[in-house]
Write a protein that binds this ligand. Structure first.
Ligand SMILES: NC(=O)C1=CN([C@@H]2O[C@H](COP(=O)(O)OP(=O)(O)OC[C@H]3O[C@@H](n4cnc5c(N)ncnc54)[C@H](OP(=O)(O)O)[C@@H]3O)[C@@H](O)[C@H]2O)C=CC1
Ligand SMILES: O=C([O-])C1=[NH+]CCC1
Length: 348
């Protein structure tokens, strides 16, 4: 497929968000997912593209398709939701995608959050191939604080180590605020997401120092050396490494999922989606500071701005989302044609 990352060099078309969702949905159904799964994956992937999360938008479509074709993931899996404790929901994704498992467990999770002030959703045997903020932002829009953790596949070395142990292991956080869109951050525990390394390799760009090591363990800024037997480094030295370790513990050990270093897709050429686990924690702020919570968040936001920070995490994404609502999502015409062909839609 045409690389979405090359789109800046071509004339650009625009597509409405709902049209992109419909196109992706048709592609995923043709590739063998159940319609409900296709709808969830399509919305996730289109949201990432719309909001400028390029490493987890249309760039991921070939990976979804090759993984489905390889038989590594079950696109028709039906998650099993278990009510395990007053504030604990467990979901076995049964080798399906993580987001449908999350959706299946969410009604019970919300019941428990309302009853207990806090509840956990632990997903295992799940494949997460997307950005993590779409999993937390909706909870903040309903007035809750949400945190999520996903481990991926071993491509990050521990500090001083020579073998990859951790995944890129994103952490996402969302909180409602009084004066605008929720505060949301979503960041890998590695110096970069693996997807961004792959995009840089395609575009022939080098990476900032401190990004990774080559196959001999020597520091490198060459994305190809990182991908070809090398590894990423945690962000911020031992501090990021501690977070990567925490994500393995929460997303895998606690949920019953696999550690990143246990992912073995060697029998499934083309497989790209890590089969691991995901933890979601949702908190009702009314149980803590009560209704003053959102005002307190606003006070903090005001102080951060006064101190000179020009933007909050999430601001770039919200700005791109507003722009896409006005003019559509930018897309290279060649890529749009390829997606239409994959969906079996007319291409002219
Ligand atoms: N499924 C999986 O296994 C994995 C998924 N990923 C996904 O990859 C994506 C990219 O991760 P990563 O590269 O670490 O993300 P980035 O480093 O691009 O961004 C991390 C966070 O920092 C914010 N931010 C960036 N620049 C600034 C700034 N100058 N001032 C204030 N805030 C800023 C971003 O907000 P904003 O969005 O507004 O720019 C974002 O919330 C994530 O969505 C992540 O979930 C990563 C690893 C594995
Ligand atoms: O970009 C990344 O690091 C990943 N995205 C999905 C799995 C790992």
């Amino acid at each position: 497929m045409t690389s979405p990352s090359n789109s800046s060099r071509e004339a650009i078309a625009h597509i409405a968000f709902d049209d992109l969702v419909a196109l992706l949905e048709a592609i995923f159904v043709k590739a063998g997912t159940a319609p409900g799964v296709a709808a969830i994956l399509a919305r996730n992937c289109a949201s990432a593209e719309r909001d400028g999360s390029k490493s987890h938008g249309l760039f991921r479509v070939p990976g979804y398709l090759s993984t489905l074709a390889s038989g590594w993931v079950d696109g028709k899996a039906e998650p099993v939701v278990e009510d395990v404790a007053a504030a604990f929901v467990r979901v076995d994704a049964r080798n399906g995608f993580a987001q449908p498992a999350l959706a299946a467990g969410t009604p019970l999770l919300l019941e428990k959050v309302k009853a207990c002030g806090i509840a956990l959703l632990a997903v295992r045997q799940s494949h997460h191939f997307g950005a993590l903020w779409p999993d937390v932002e909706p909870f903040a829009r309903q007035g809750f604080v949400a945190l999520s953790f996903v481990n991926s596949f071993a491509c990050v070395v521990p500090i001083g180590g020579s073998k990859p142990v951790y995944g890129t292991n994103p952490i996402a956080f969302a909180a409602p605020r009084a004066g605008g869109d929720p505060i949301v951050f979503d960041q890998a525990a590695s110096a970069l997401a693996n997807g961004d390394v792959r995009i840089a390799a395609r575009e022939g760009r080098s990476l900032p120092p401190g990004s990774g090591v080559d196959r001999t363990g020597a520091p490198t800024t060459d994305p190809k050396a990182i991908l070809d037997g090398g590894a990423l480094l945690p962000f911020g030295g031992y501090k990021g490494a501690a977070l990567a370790m925490m994500v393995e513990i929460l997303a895998a050990a606690l949920t019953g999922g696999q550690f990143s270093f246990e992912v073995d897709w060697s029998a499934h050429p083309g497989a790209e989606t890590p089969k691991t686990g995901q933890l979601l924690i949702v908190i009702d702020p009314d149980a803590g500071a009560g209704r003053s919570f959102v005002d307190r968040v606003e006070t903090l936001v005001g102080r951060i701005a006064d101190a000179g920070q020009e933007r909050l995490p999430g601001d770039r994404r919200y700005a791109l989302r507003r722009r896409a609502a006005e003019i559509g999502i930018p897309i290279a015409p060649a890529l749009l044609k390829e997606l239409s062909a994959l969906a079996g839609a007319p291409t002219d």
